[in-house]
Design a protein around this ligand. Structure first.
Ligand code: SF4
Length: 61
């Protein structure tokens, strides 16, 4: 499972981290990054986080 964050769309709102901190976090520059891609399937919140992104910046495929 591949998670892609389009940093041109990401505003650093933090929703993905709030919904699924096991997989997403904001980096030092305030934009989202994936910290545990391999765990997306097990985390149980990964797709919810993608659906919750207001910019639709997260793609899971
Ligand atoms: S929810 Fe979307 S816009 Fe907000 S920090 Fe995460 S990737 Fe960026």
């Amino acid at each position: 499972m591949k998670i892609t964050i389009d940093l041109e769309l990401c505003t650093g709102c933090g929703t993905c981290e709030a919904v699924c901190p096991e997989v997403f976090e904001l980096d030092d520059e305030g934009f989202a990054r994936v910290i545990a891609e391999a765990d997306c399937a097990e985390a149980g919140c990964c797709e919810e986080a993608a659906d919750s992104c207001p910019e639709e910046a997260i793609t899971i495929g």
